[in-house]
Design a protein around this ligand. Sequence first.
Ligand SMILES: Nc1ncnc2c1ncn2[C@@H]1O[C@H](COP(=O)(O)OP(=O)(O)O)[C@@H](O)[C@H]1O
Ligand SMILES: Cc1ncc(COP(=O)(O)OP(=O)(O)O)c(N)n1
Length: 510
Amino acid sequence: MDSMTPTVPARQRAGTPNILSIAGSDPSGGAGIQADLKSIAACGGYGMAALTALTAQNTRGVLAVHTPPAEFLTHQLDALTADVRIDAVKIGMLPDAATIAAVSAWLRANPCPAVVLDPVMVASSGDRLTEDDAVAALRTLLPVAAVITPNLPELAVLLGEDTATTWDAALDQARRLAAEHGTLVLAKGGHLPEGDGAGGCPDALVGPDGVVLELSGERVETANTHGTGCSFSSALATLYARHGDWAGALQLAKRWLTGALRAADDLTVGGGRGPVHHLGQLWSGESLPDPRAELDHWWELIGQLRADIDDVWFVRQLADGTLDRADFEHYLAQDSIYLTTYSKALARAAQLAPTLDEQEFWANSAHECLAVEMELHQSRLADGGNPTADAISPETRSYLNHLLAATATGSYAQIAAAVLPCYWLYQDIGTRLAAAHHPDHPYADWLGMYSSPEFDAATRRAIDITQRAARQATEDEREAMLDAFLESARQEMAFFAQRRTAAAELKLGV
Ligand SMILES: Nc1ncnc2c1ncn2[C@@H]1O[C@H](COP(=O)(O)OP(=O)(O)O)[C@@H](O)[C@H]1O
Ligand SMILES: Cc1ncc(COP(=O)(O)OP(=O)(O)O)c(N)n1
């Protein structure tokens, strides 16, 4: 049978991606293609499977392996390429050299940029899944992969070395394997001995030049870890096909796998090492792993606060144009004080930014903040601006203290999260107040600024940057980001709700 349809690159495809697993069968459902299909489904892909081998296996071990003729694997693969767009491929158990040759020939004829190769050799029960003399053939297949996902013993066999006993040694081996084959290597710490110095179950995506992304995963207390390697590699392929970014896909895959391990003991499958619960998170109502979901979730968390802001006297009166001029000028004076410190937080984000692009965004924002907004504010102040520290209201001081603490001690990701509500809430309110924006509105220029396409674009960019930082953050750092974001949102609310104080009135000559 001829292969007729070229494999289509996977990057950022709209809709559900088609993911092909080329792997062996585990009738107990915890590893092999059964685990792959469940993982693919749980991570939002359409799963397909071409079988390389049938094992007689349960949760205690592998009793027998039957390998169909390699030509029949070629028939399966050709049947798919003749009909189905394949967005990513996961390769698992390849029992012998003939099977490896068939997969290699098919991939040469149908190149796919999104191949995750899990070089399965020995099941954790100790049973061999690949013939000894097939290891050399397996090495020749490695360059077709975008990512290779060996466990520590497999990593060592591929290099012809001893198994790493420390995380640093594992990272070094992964880097050398990546350099040798021009791929990324996912170093997995699941097999690290206790006291190796890494703690938990770390993973790292490693390229020829070193670590691209390192994740410090917690070790979940469960005996049910059968098929973790199969499940992880399928999740990685699926999430890459959905989002087009290996580091982001790894973050999501790791979080999903940790959730599946946490739910593993809810299942009762066999008397040995049982499977992880691939669908546990979906069944308990969690949504699909999605990099956009993190900030959507944050936004939902402040849903009530956003609704409450619309009811704040200041916002209501601003919208209907009845806001007293003295109240508006008091607000502008406080905002001017706020903006001088806020721009310093933006400048600090520029200083810590990991890319030139993000540095430029934050630096421009700091400048805009001072030059454009201050000018607008000061032109409207009765005394021409220049508020002094004496005039700071308790609400402004509290917000500034929060920002100062975040910039003094927080990481780049935390600072991004802390400055985000000022963009996002103003853009949100600005969009709704745009309905009140007509040339005769007493505060038309102010309303116009926060409902402009430029401010929308800047807000979108700040959200995207924060989202990317959240995706690459550790679990602890993401929590700190959320805390910073929620606190800034609360401070925004208090800022809008503040009333003129006698001291401020005196200073501002109201
Ligand atoms: N008990 C556990 N808690 C958390 N993560 C685990 C646990 N066991 C395995 N993992 C993770 O599962 C993934 C695959 O596990 P590993 O044992 O390294 O590979 P394999 O299943 O291929 O032997 C790794 O990310 C590892 O950190
Ligand atoms: C058919 C089949 N393929 C692969 C494996 C190995 O799976 P893995 O995810 O490495 O998990 P453990 O076997 O280590 O639990 C398998 N057992 N069967």
